[in-house]
Structure formats: C-alpha cells, structure tokens
Design a protein around this ligand. Structure first.
Ligand code: CO
Length: 136
C-alpha cells in the first residue's frame, strides 16, 4: 500500500531562513518551491535521495500550519507516504474505520494528489498520502 516515505513535512516561521539553514547544514538542494493555496502554505522541497524534506511556511495565522506554529512552534508537522491508486487506498482505509481528514484527494505540491489521515488514527502522527503526478 505504501511504497516509500515521500517526505517529512516541517513547519517553519520563515521559509527563506529555513532554506538557508537546511541547505547549508546538510548540503541539500532545493528541487521545488510553490505556494499551495489549498493547504495555506508556501512550501519548498529539498531532495534527500528518493525522498524530500518539505519546508512549510503558513500563508497566514488562520491556516493549519499557522495554528500549528502558534500552539507547538516550529518542527516536524507530518509524515508523507507515497502511494499509487490513492482513491483505492482511501476507500480501503475508510472501510477499515480509519478516520480521514480528506475523504477525497486534493491537489498537493507539484500537481500531486494528496490526502491527510486524522492523527487520532495513527498514534497522534499526522500522516499524508501522496500520489505524485506523472514524471515525478
Ligand atoms: Co506534505
């Protein structure tokens, strides 16, 4: 069902400062940067082998990441697993009683299709499923 850890999402206050920190400390390259309105974030992907670190800065205080920063401060926000056939995976999880935040996939970074699972169903870890677009 899950084919890889696609990325670890990290909430940050300042995207440029976080990019400087992560790129200079670990010598990582930025592969993509995008405003994802549907998630209320400006995001950047740093390549780590076949996986990524996804830095997330909120577009405003009244967004999911904005509220996360207010209550917990910067740090790990979610774990994203790569899947193929995300519709089928979501249907299967729902049938087994897993609480979904997104019952239908929505558009994620780089034209991917994504859905979030309620942390109550995964030991208080926010899990994202990602079906990458063709070619990514
Ligand atoms: Co993510």
């Amino acid at each position: 069902m899950l084919s890889a850890i696609d990325h670890i999402g990290v909430a940050v206050e300042d995207l440029d400062a976080a990019l400087d920190l992560w790129c200079s400390t670990y010598n990582l390259a930025v592969s993509h940067r995008e405003r994802v309105e549907s998630q209320g974030v400006e995001a950047a992907l740093l390549d780590v082998g076949i996986s990524h670190i996804e830095l997330l800065a909120p577009l405003g205080p009244d967004t999911a990441v904005g509220r996360f920063l207010q209550s917990r401060g910067p740090g790990i926000h979610h774990v994203a697993f790569r899947v193929s056939g995300i519709d089928t995976v979501l249907k299967d999880l729902a049938e087994r009683g897993v609480e979904l935040i997104d019952r239908e996939p929505r558009r994620g970074i780089r034209e991917s299709r994504v859905a979030f699972i309620n942390p109550k169903s995964s030991g208080r870890v926010l899990v994202e499923l990602v079906e990458p677009a063709e070619g990514h």
